[in-house]
Design a protein around this ligand. Structure first.
Ligand SMILES: NC(=O)c1ccc[n+]([C@@H]2O[C@H](COP(=O)([O-])OP(=O)(O)OC[C@H]3O[C@@H](n4cnc5c(N)ncnc54)[C@H](OP(=O)(O)O)[C@@H]3O)[C@@H](O)[C@H]2O)c1
Length: 346
């Protein structure tokens, strides 16, 4: 503990030992705030890698990566530098994700090995299937773009991919495996058929999109909810914006709490997330911002009244709708999310 503190630069850094954590069913502990690394086509891989290195120096121990973010080869040297400065591998929680064009049984293990090579690691703490659809789209394409070979969710195929993830655990390359962008009916099938059950489900979660049913389902099944776009992703690519989208950090309830605490509304979103019990993974390459986001978990908790007030501003406003994964004409993005409680038929 003392040696850890002495490594930290003076000033606003956060003592990682003070950051709360969530327990995974294996007994492992996942730090309650992670750093996102998707640059939304706006930030360079170099800037993100620099942020990762400094964020670890500033107290972060959880980094959310993915092959499709195209920057793991730059984050690897940043992790190495952080570890050379004394942070032990076991202190870090590193997540990566299998991209949609690597769901084929033969592709899964090589894809994970590539992420490991790029990140310069012997093992990942968590490996997720990024989306439950094997549908490819090139980075940066318009939302109307479709994979000509696009498929719906086919559970049998998903489980073939999952078996390979289970193999990665058996091989010691991955400590935990998990899902992302899932729905309750899909998760029910995975829980029924998995030999190694998901440790975490990464899902969109912010005050205007609280997903109460899925959140409860995940928690009740001993799966850690990891919340992406926890600030409402104000810098998401323009292609992901629609006129009906609402803005969490402009919500009067959030703004009022931010004024009370004299913090940016983004920080209130992080506090709410941590106190609700999900693991937010906010993105920023701006030191003031990412340090504030970690500090949010260790200072000035929201009151019960404030937590209740935020519970009341859910607008069911999904921001990352996933249109590019649709598999046939005349569908709407809601078809991806099984809104009727059943898997949308092929
Ligand atoms: N599993 C999935 O399918 C999936 C999908 C989406 C995202 N993710 C993960 O989730 C991470 C986070 O999501 P996200 O990047 O979409 O959105 P986000 O974290 O909700 O929003 C990030 C933006 O919020 C602003 N911000 C951050 N901290 C702030 C602070 N303290 N004060 C003021 N503004 C602040 C920054 O905007 P400015 O730059 O304008 O200051 C930043 O670019 C991603 O990086 C990625 O790792 C996963």
């Amino acid at each position: 503990m003392d040696s850890q503190l002495s490594r930290l630069p003076a000033g606003d850094s956060v003592d990682p030992a003070q950051v709360p954590y969530r327990s995974v069913y294996t007994g492992a502990k996942i730090p309650a705030v992670g750093l996102g690394t998707f640059g939304s086509d706006r930030f360079s891989g170099e800037a993100i890698a620099e942020a990762v290195k400094d964020a670890i120096q500033s107290g972060y121990r959880h980094i959310d990566c993915a092959a499709v973010y195209g920057n793991e080869h730059l984050i690897g040297p940043a992790l190495r530098e952080a570890m050379m400065s004394g942070v032990r591998r076991e202190e870090l929680w590193i997540t990566s994700k299998l991209w949609n064009d690597k769901h084929d049984e033969k592709d899964v293990i090589p894809a994970c090995e590539k992420s490991l090579r790029d990140l310069g690691l012997d093992y990942l703490d968590l490996y997720l299937i990024h989306w439950p659809f094997p549908n490819y789209h090139a980075p940066g394409v318009d939302v109307s773009s479709r994979d000509p070979h696009a498929k719906p969710y086919i559970h049998e195929n998903y489980m073939k991919t999952w078996r390979q993830l289970e193999k990665l655990v058996e091989m010691g390359l991955v400590r935990h495996i998990g899902t992302s962008n899932m729905t309750i009916p899909k998760l029910k099938l995975v829980l029924r058929d998995a030999r190694i059950k998901p440790a975490a489900n990464e899902m969109e979660l912010h005050p205007h999109f609280q997903q109460p049913e899925l959140f409860k389902f995940v928690v009740d099944n001993g799966i850690v909810p990891i919340g992406f776009s926890p600030i409402g992703s104000p810098m998401r690519p323009d292609r992901d914006k629609t006129p009906d989208d609402t803005v969490d950090i402009e919500d009067p309830v959030i703004v009022k709490i931010a004024q009370r605490l004299n913090v940016h509304p983004a920080v209130v979103c992080i506090k709410w997330a941590v106190q609700r019990g999900q693991v937010p993974i906010p993105f920023s390459v701006n030191r003031d911002q990412y340090v504030s986001n970690l500090r949010a978990a260790v200072t000035d908790p929201l009151t019960d009244e404030e937590m209740q007030a935020i519970a009341g501003i859910d607008k069911n406003c999904r921001l990352i709708k996933g249109q590019v994964f649709l598999w046939k004409d005349n569908q709407t993005w809601e078809d991806l999310w099984d809104v009727n409680g059943e898997i949308t038929p092929a």
